[in-house]
Design a protein around this ligand. Structure first.
Ligand SMILES: Nc1ncnc2c1ncn2[C@@H]1O[C@H](COP(=O)(O)OP(=O)(O)OP(=O)(O)O)[C@@H](O)[C@H]1O
Ligand SMILES: [Mg+2]
Length: 253
């Protein structure tokens, strides 16, 4: 049997009376790079928040490492959260702390490591993302691509089993973005970490994704699930085909 780290069953998200999506069912297997894709406003970030337990589902259930995180409280919740890392879409580093200190923040919150040990771990994480030489720089002193990599290093501070990244390559030039894709693929392979990545960059999806789901605002749910390259070659749903083949859909009047 596959080793699933995330299991989502008939999940629905609602704000007030407005349904963002419903009937979302999928699983994420240990060690894979799983991509959540779809146009702006279809609910990708909302799905991440549901997975992490920041908002409760309107229907259904999402289990991460065996637990519905929204139903855990207190110490069990802290312990479960320490096993996952998150880089939010707007996830900014703290401007007054250098990169090493930023990466050390989760270690300070979740471990009893002394300062020297925290800093050594933080430096090692920065090394993993290619920022070993920038440990003492402030966030304002590095480029956008470096900021993203530092954000990943911070999300990896506690050596998580699952790393959630919301639009890691948004706003980056294509070359920097491709570099970030390489980093994600390498980290997945070398650390065994499972990645759940939100993106709508087709090149990234094809480069990094083992499997993906596609959400759609009009369908209010999933319109595709599978290997991105197979979806590109075989999908029959018009919107899925359009996305993967960069076709222009005829607008319905
Ligand atoms: N806290 C909230 N209260 C009310 N509506 C919300 C809330 N959060 C998100 N929404 C709405 O839910 C829908 C999905 O939002 P979400 O941020 O998940 O989209 P997204 O797919 O991540 O989009 P993008 O690609 O632009 O980041 C949007 O219509 C948004 O306005
Ligand atoms: Mg979003």
């Amino acid at each position: 049997m596959a080793d699933n780290v995330i299991e989502v069953e008939k999940l629905a998200a609602r704000f007030g009376s407005r349904t963002v999506f419903q009937d979302v069912t999928f699983e994420v297997r240990r060690g894979e790079v799983f991509v959540i894709l779809g146009g702006s406003g279809c609910g990708k970030s909302t799905l991440l928040k549901l997975l992490i337990g920041l908002i409760p589902p309107a229907e259904g259930e999402a289990r991460v490492l065996g637990n519905p995180l929204n139903r855990l409280h207190g110490r069990p919740r802290q312990q479960a959260l320490a096993r996952i890392g998150v880089m939010w879409q707007q996830g900014a580093l703290l401007g007054s702390l250098n990169l090493m200190q930023n990466v050390a923040v989760p270690l300070e919150q979740h471990t009893k490591l002394p300062r020297e040990a925290r800093e050594a771990v933080a430096r090692a994480r920065l090394g993993l993302v290619g920022l070993g030489d920038a440990a003492t720089r402030l966030p304002a002193e590095i480029s956008g691509g470096m900021l993203k990599r530092a954000g990943i290093a911070r999300a990896m501070a506690l050596d998580p089993e699952i790393l959630f990244l919301d639009e890691p390559s948004a706003g980056l030039d294509p070359i920097t973005s491709a570099g970030l894709d390489d980093l994600i693929t390498t980290l997945a392979r070398e650390t065994g970490t499972t990645f759940v990545v939100v993106t709508h960059e087709l090149q990234s999806i094809l480069a990094i994704g083992d499997r993906c789901i596609m959400l759609d605002k009009d369908a209010k749910g999933m319109i595709a699930e599978g290997n991105p390259r197979e979806l590109r070659d075989n999908a029959t749903h018009p919107k899925v085909r359009a996305f993967f083949r960069r076709e222009v859909l005829e607008q319905k009047a």
